[in-house]
Ligand binder design. Structure first.
Ligand SMILES: [Zn+2]
Length: 264
């Protein structure tokens, strides 16, 4: 069984700078890590030339892989629907809206293509996996990632510790790697945010994950264990349900706040 670690980059705040120093040390120690970001995050980093150069230097290391986290991390429907800003808008491959979940195939494809091109050009590194923002995607996302962009791995931020699996029915090459929060310490495949690294380091969770022996994300295979596969058949759809539920509860809270503001 393999273990992986993905670190997500967002803004450049003080805690991110501390996280960057920790990341630097991991890279120097040849720890395999993947870094996930979108073009919006890339632009935030470009506003801080020193940190951006540092990031580009880290990217040159062979033990670092680049994960494409969508394009700009904003739902395409937000451009035509103002109410979408009340809902959490950070998804691109499947909408969290009740009535209209689908995001047009061409829109998905164009955004995913542009995101990959821009990240690779700026960071001078090939992206090795696709990560749908907020874990929201559909089967067409997998098709584009596999058939248009040539990805063999997709990373999905999950709640349950599911094993890596091949999505059906178009799963000839793609492996989906569900990753849970490093803080939970429940899975072999984990993610954390860069600004969260100082905390997980302090709590010993980072060392614990590293001591289990990490592998590059691009080497992860579908877990061949029968014992893992059978619970996985139940856990994967259950995880999808829980994530959908979490997104709806979060959006419902935003709507309640909005209604309160309008009424009071
Ligand atoms: Zn949306």
């Amino acid at each position: 069984m393999t273990n992986t670690l993905t670190i997500h980059l967002h803004e450049v705040r003080q805690q991110d700078k501390v996280g960057l120093e920790i990341l630097d040390k991991l890279v120097a120690d040849s720890v395999p890590v993947s870094l996930g970001l979108g073009v919006d995050n890339l632009e935030a980093w470009q506003q801080h030339p020193q940190c951006y150069e540092h990031l580009r230097e880290i990217m040159r290391a062979p033990n670092v892989e680049l994960v494409q986290r969508g394009y700009r991390n904003i739902c395409p429907k937000q451009e035509t629907d103002e109410r979408h800003t009340i809902r959490n808008p950070h998804h691109e491959n499947r909408c969290s809206s009740f009535s209209d979940r689908e995001i047009n195939l061409d829109v998905q494809r164009e955004r995913m293509k542009k995101g990959k091109e821009k990240l690779e050009e700026a960071l001078d590194k090939e992206c090795s996996a696709y990560c749908p923002p907020n874990g929201l995607y559909d089967i067409r996302t997998v098709e584009i990632a596999q058939n248009v962009l040539g990805y063999q791995h997709m990373v999905v931020q999950s709640i349950l510790p599911c094993a890596p699996y091949r999505p059906r029915p178009i799963s000839r090459h793609m492996v989906i790697v569900p990753q849970t929060k490093l803080d939970l310490a429940i899975s072999a495949h984990v993610y954390t945010d860069l600004d969260h690294l100082p905390k997980v380091q302090r709590e010993g969770l980072l060392a614990r994950q590293i001591n289990q022996g990490l592998s590059p994300l691009s080497t992860v295979k579908k877990d061949p264990w029968m014992g893992i596969q059978i619970p996985n058949r139940i856990m994967v759809p259950l995880d999808q349900l829980l994530r959908d539920w979490y997104v709806q509860v979060r959006d419902a809270k935003n709507w309640l706040m909005h209604v309160k503001q309008v009424l009071l």
